[in-house]
Design a protein around this ligand. Structure first.
Ligand code: ZN
Length: 237
């Protein structure tokens, strides 16, 4: 009897376990299938484009005066593309269950970014006279993020990951703002002209802060992706 009883009991347990696992796997499987990766890849693609255009610009900018001007424009276009694409993962994943907000925020930043790119590619606006205007365009794209950030915080107030994601994004904002301040003020070369012609001038410092900002944003994006892999629109898994 014992020989038959055990397999039956085990079989019943196995069936229960199997049904539980299958149910859980189906839940997780269905949610994983629902979380798309394209906003994450848009950000990665934009960052790669930014770093590539910056590398090409600074590698070949010594070729000629004419090419130098064209390449510097590409440098700023690259940064603009990275700022626009940075918005895609947080806006998409935070407002995944409210597509109209995705459309409003992503449409808004894309329109602002396209205007900035057009301004950067307009020769008359690329001179030193419009340096502050260009800085204002970069800053306004950064400040635009405050609106969805506050909105996202209110919507996810009870989410335990809110503080850490906010800390990452604040680090990103601080990096971009500090970088822009160096860009506008032209410190330290204006204090000691000629000392920083090869290394340590404001443009290099600006790029370092842009990379630091992108890294902080990458950290925040990974957290958002992990969260959306577990939590769907209909509640916690
Ligand atoms: Zn540069």
């Amino acid at each position: 009897m014992a020989r038959y009883a055990n397999p039956l009991v085990q079989g019943t347990n196995s069936l229960v376990n199997l049904s539980q696992i299958t149910e859980e796997e189906m839940k997780v499987g269905s949610l994983q299938a629902a979380v798309t990766r394209w906003p994450f890849f848009v950000f990665l693609g934009g960052s790669m484009f930014c770093l590539l255009s910056s590398s090409i610009c600074h590698l070949f900018s010594c070729h000629s005066r004419c090419l130098n001007i064209q390449l510097l424009r590409m440098d700023y276009v690259g940064i603009t593309v990275m700022i626009i694409t940075s918005f895609f993962p947080p806006i998409y994943y935070i407002f995944q269950c409210e597509p109209h907000w995705q459309l409003i925020y992503l449409g808004g930043i894309t329109a602002m970014g396209m205007f900035t790119v057009m301004t950067l590619l307009t020769p008359s606006l690329s001179s030193g006279k419009f340096r502050a205007f260009r800085a204002m365009l970069f800053s306004s794209m950064g400040f635009f993020a405050i609106v969805p950030a506050i909105h996202g915080c209110i919507v996810n107030w009870s989410n335990p990951h809110r503080s850490i994601t906010l800390a990452y994004e604040s680090a990103m904002a601080l990096s971009y703002i500090t970088g822009t301040l160096f860009y506008v003020s032209r410190i330290p070369e204006r204090l000691k002209p000629g000392w920083f012609d090869l290394a340590g001038h404001s443009h290099q410092i600006f790029h370092v802060f842009v990379i630091m900002g992108a890294l902080a944003h990458y950290g925040a994006t990974l957290l958002l992706l992990q969260w959306r892999d577990r939590v769907g629109c209909n509640g916690t898994v």
